[in-house]
Design a binder for this molecule. Structure first.
Ligand SMILES: NC(=O)c1ccc[n+]([C@@H]2O[C@H](COP(=O)([O-])OP(=O)(O)OC[C@H]3O[C@@H](n4cnc5c(N)ncnc54)[C@H](OP(=O)(O)O)[C@@H]3O)[C@@H](O)[C@H]2O)c1
Length: 292
């Protein structure tokens, strides 16, 4: 398994499994558990969830049922906007309870809320010092948010998980994070799941240039996009409920993209966000409750 070493020495598998909206948003049933078990059987060991996905219990059940040694797994969860500040420690404990775990491998601030970042991060630092979290990270943090954090953080963030796909490659922010030794994770690496209203034909996975490269290498378009991230040192967390995709998205090691291929995909950027925008999404996020 390919791994990256975070700036605190912890290793993270470069290919993870996204768990948002399996079947639907905030569904926590045996279908979700079975889908995660399929991913575990294929070989995934890194799982990306969040309190607001409402499926931490389903992931916890899959972990138990799989019989996989806890130390082989890399489990990531996130603190939601409504849980930031004085609520963060309790929110973390609830995530652990739902997952039936003793510790998390990584805990992320799901979205920047500058007014709360200091209190949220300090709560996370205390949990880190207490060995309840192996690595602290961010999600959707802009350059200004990272600069703000740097003014008080005692523990450096190891990771920033961002919307990244060929139509929204965020090159400058990625370079900034990597310069500051933060690993970069790509959410919606294939261009958003069913939770968004974006139509399949508007996603990079159907782009003719990507398809042409895929045909040349005898792989599918999703594999090409994920490899474009992997070869440039980024972490990917594709979500899938289709066995062929679950397996194919993990089986990325029989081919290599050329420099020309990478440049062609880089050239597809159109600064087109398909998901939420950290400049504006907070008010909307406050309307979304974390289920118990
Ligand atoms: N930090 C954040 O704010 C944030 C925001 C959004 C998402 N995320 C994380 O990122 C993960 C992935 O994001 P996402 O689910 O929005 O998008 P995604 O993984 O890019 O795309 C998922 C969609 O692509 C399809 N798909 C999967 N593999 C494919 C392939 N090889 N070829 C063609 N289509 C394929 C899936 O359908 P099938 O199921 O039929 O395969 C599904 O409809 C989430 O599950 C979550 O963990 C984080």
């Amino acid at each position: 398994m390919r791994t990256l070493t975070l700036n605190n020495g912890v290793e993270i598998p470069q290919i993870g499994f996204g768990t948002a909206a399996i079947r639907d948003w905030q569904i926590d049933d045996s279908y979700v558990t079975d889908t995660i078990l399929k991913a575990m059987a294929v070989g995934y060991r890194h799982f990306d969830t969040a309190s607001v996905y409402g499926n931490e219990r389903a992931l916890g059940r899959a972990i138990k049922q799989s019989g996989i040694d806890r130390h082989e797994l890399f489990i990531v969860s996130k603190v939601w906007d409504t849980e930031q500040g004085s609520e963060t420690t309790a929110a973390f404990e609830r995530s652990l309870e739902r997952l039936e775990l003793e510790y998390l491998d990584m805990y992320l601030v799901h979205w920047p809320v500058p007014a709360y970042t200091r209190e949220t991060w300090q709560a996370m630092e205390a949990l880190y010092d207490d060995k309840k979290i192996r690595a602290l990270g961010l999600s959707n943090f802009r350059k200004s948010d990272i600069e703000q954090l740097a003014t008080f953080a005692q523990v450096r963030p190891t990771y920033n998980q961002l919307e990244i796909h060929p139509y929204f490659s965020q090159k400058e922010l990625v370079a900034y994070c990597q310069f500051h030794e933060m690993a970069v994770g790509c959410w919606s690496p294939l261009g958003t799941g069913g939770w968004s209203d974006v139509k399949t034909e508007e996603k990079p996975v159907t782009d003719p240039a990507v398809r042409e490269i895929a045909e040349k290498h005898g792989v599918n378009a999703g594999q090409v996009i994920l490899m474009w991230d992997i070869q440039q040192g980024r972490i990917v967390i594709p979500k899938s409920e289709t066995m062929e995709h679950i397996a194919g998205n993990f089986d990325l090691f029989g081919f290599e993209l050329s420099d020309d291929d990478l440049q062609t995909i880089d050239g597809l950027n159109r600064d087109r966000r398909l998901g939420g925008d950290p400049d504006t999404v907070h008010e909307q996020n406050l309307q979304v409750k974390v289920p118990d």
